[in-house]
Design a protein around this ligand. Structure first.
Ligand code: ATP
Length: 311
């Protein structure tokens, strides 16, 4: 049931993210790893609209390949809506419309952005007014990257990536993204990393149990200096992602040959993110990579987290 004052529709926009630093801890007995992540939210957004309804449903449109997005109860945005309803004892439902722009299974947290947007949208639609802390706790239940999609900006994530602390960041960084026409499964990439570490246990240092973000990453973010940040970009999941999809290696080389300060696989990939020195550098890189017939998007970061656009 909706009251007379309830909105007819709530539109929320939530950003995708790039992990500018990602260190993976040792495999734990429960099959998980602790991670240390420096997240940056970037200007590639998911738009979620929530309409009053008696039951729960979702429809998907968007500019990215959508065939891997479920529209049944396994859709993470629907799970978010249901979880919020259960938590707040709301007895009605919602119809969600998701307009996707973040590549699916692209390593940019598109599903997490949808979940964060659904939480904010349903909370406003239903008038449930969940306190921020409780919202962040629900977000963490849905997935390790969901709390960051709520907060946005620049943040450090530890634990499973969901224990967030804000990081100071100055200015705007210019990124050029190369989107792949295939996805990479996050568990598959972690599995490849574990196998690699097991095979080379004799020759490499064992991973820390609780990894931390290098201080030079924090300094580079604080200084707002792309040259410094380029030196410190790091992703433990890059080697396993490249092993699973060797074509990404030539994408990384092409970007670096065309003026990128550095390139990195984002999260578990396959999206590749190139850091440019400035807007001109980003535009030149965008042209060069587009000429090579790659699917390219230029974005900036940091940007805000999930927010109501209209209600
Ligand atoms: P991350 O970087 O957070 O690991 P990702 O960006 O690689 O995630 P997503 O697109 O967020 O990947 O999620 C992909 C998986 O989640 C797919 O298996 C897809 O079927 C499932 N999924 C469930 N709901 C959604 C949704 N709303 N959007 C996209 N994928 C969804």
């Amino acid at each position: 049931m909706t009251s007379a004052a309830a909105p007819n529709m709530v539109h929320v926009r939530a950003p995708g993210k790039i992990n500018v630093f990602l260190k993976v801890g040792a495999l734990q007995d429960d099959g998980y790893h602790d991670v240390a992540i420096a997240y940056q939210a970037v200007s590639l957004y998911e738009d979620v609209r929530a309409f009053p309804a008696d039951d729960f449903s979702v429809s998907i449109t968007g500019t990215v390949e959508l065939s891997r997005v479920p529209t049944d109860g396994t859709n993470i945005a629907l799970k978010a809506a249901r979880l919020l309803a259960a938590k707040t004892r709301y007895t009605g439902g919602v119809r969600l419309e998701i307009d996707k722009h973040v590549p699916v299974t692209g390593g940019m947290g598109g599903g997490s952005a949808d979940a964060a947007a659904a939480l904010i949208a349903c909370d406003a639609l239903w008038g449930t007014e969940l306190p921020r802390d409780a919202m962040l706790a629900l977000a963490a239940e849905l997935g390790a990257d969901v709390p960051f999609a709520l907060t946005g900006g620049t943040a450090i994530g530890t634990g499973r990536g969901d224990q967030l602390s804000p990081a100071l960041a100055k200015g705007q960084f210019q990124w050029v993204l190369v989107l792949a026409d295939f996805g990479l499964s996050t568990p598959g990439v972690y599995n490849e990393l574990d196998q690699h570490r097991e095979r080379h246990a004799q020759d490499i240092f064992p991973a820390q149990t609780q990894p931390t973000v290098d201080t030079n990453v924090l300094q580079a973010l604080r200084a707002g200096d792309p040259h410094m940040l380029a030196e410190t970009l790091h992703n433990d999941l890059q080697a396993p992602a490249l092993h699973l999809q060797p074509t990404l290696t030539s994408v990384l080389e092409l970007g670096e040959e065309n003026g990128a300060l550095a390139g990195i696989v984002s999260g578990s990939g396959p999206t590749v993110a190139f850091l440019a020195a400035d807007l001109d550098g980003a535009l030149e890189l965008q042209i060069a990579l587009s000429a090579a017939r790659l699917r390219v998007v230029r974005v900036t970061g940091p940007v805000h987290g999930a927010r109501i656009v209209s209600a």
